[in-house]
Design a protein around this ligand. Sequence first.
Ligand code: ADP
Ligand code: MG
Length: 542
Amino acid sequence: MKFAELNLESRLLKNIENLGYKEATPIQEQAIPHIINGKDVAGLAQTGTGKTAAFVIPLIERILLGQKNPTELQGEEKERYEQRAFKDWKGNHFVMILVPTRELAEQVQENIQKLTVDTGLKAFAIYGGTGYDRQKEAFRNGLQFVVATPGRLIDLYKENVIDLKQVRGVVFDEADRMFDMGFKDDMSYLLQRIPRERQFLVFSATLNFDVLNTAYQFGADPVEFNISRDQTKAENVRDEIFHVGDNEKPLHLLSVLKKYKPQQAIIFTNFKVNVERIAQFLTENELPAMAISSLITQAQRTKVMQQFKAENHLNILVATDVAARGLDIKGVDLVINYELPMDCESYVHRIGRTGRAGSEGRAFSLVSDRDIDSLSRIEDYLKHKLTIGFLENQDLLTDFKPFPRYNSGSVKRSPHAQSEGGRDRRPERSKNFRQREDRGPRSGGPKEPRSSDQDQHRNKRHANTNGKHPPTSRPAGEGSSKAPHAKAAHGAKSHAHKEQRHPKSAGSSHPRRDFKRQAPTLKKQTSMKQKVVGFFKSIIGK
Ligand code: ADP
Ligand code: MG
């Protein structure tokens, strides 16, 4: 479907064309016609497939029409108004878009800005870690889109800067991540205070049970789209794992980067205390790297992101999951997981930082015995084994500067560091079993990041692999027959190898976790609606 066929406001169409969008992506093609007619929508589509524009374009159309005076309209325009407009749109009305991180708030705000050129509509990003003055002023000056992390928005509401009764539409982008981050209470707080008659939109590559049921609880009745079907992760990202010993990770990281010479690479680590160390290690080995985590100040974060976006030759960013969600940086051609993330959705989102808008991307994960539990969770979730790759001996470097030891003084701490995208003063509170980026190592200590009981369990799971990478008889890139680039000739052999790698068929007897570990299918979630509404009512107390 071409955007021109949507009969959009001409200034909006021109802005879409100026961005170079001609054909709508599948999620846009499905969601836009419903959103434009005022329907609630829950959209599940792979990373990098244009979800932002899928909700921003129709919302702009609805606002622009809503600003018109219906008594002055005739014919086709009147019809469009009747069908599409936010009726009785007033100067102080606005749409609220909630996102999990500050960087994503900036990016979505920039997207809206590009699509609202010459329309007079204004968007502003609201998040913690920065001063209140500019944000208050933006509200005073009037705006139609507020893109916010929930914590700061609530602070501004409590200071009477924001009137939540003026919200006409609410969007949860990467909604499941916000639930992971312990923002569920904040979401309920906000939803209880906005009018019940509002449009409700939810988007992610990985929606879950909690998100949709909160939506139902608050009266949303979303049309559901599942573009990703059973293929949760982006199709154009070729992902492989390397089995390595824990102390071989620095060598492999360096060797992979030197071999593949990416334009822009993101290296994810689960532990914010490791971010600086990895960046320092790479820099000392002639691969200058930047670092971003919640340990640095917001001003530093902004600067790092700008710098990373601006250069695209052997440009490396080391990050925690603060950069896993939503960020759209076109030149990122390689993602490396220094550790596998502990929750499976994060794997999909991390590797989804490459392969944006149909481009090809590669992702490697360094898997040691400590990552084995995460690996089986991720493979269960994706419903297939990950391709096992390896480096040839000649690609493994022999001479390099060692990985720096942890030094508690080496990282400058932000006064706002404790809560990612959230209120700066709020204590940590997620009860989720998953690792939160901003929670730091589980043990709480700055030493090595896992507790011994976890290690024992991991070692047991890994009994068959001895912490070594697999036999070098198999060329890199081959393995799972489901991997997009796998060569079929080696499929059977690698399958046998992988079966051995997972002696226990993975799974859990815990029904709640089982649900989360499945690649999401919205139909299944809908059918559970009745069962869980009562539960949510009891939590929310409504
Ligand atoms: P998602 O939220 O699904 O991960 P984004 O909304 O960040 O994806 O979009 C990914 C990239 O695709 C962005 O660079 C965006 O500009 C681009 N894009 C979005 N829609 C289109 C389209 N219809 N045609 C071409 N590129 C598009
Ligand atoms: Mg997005």
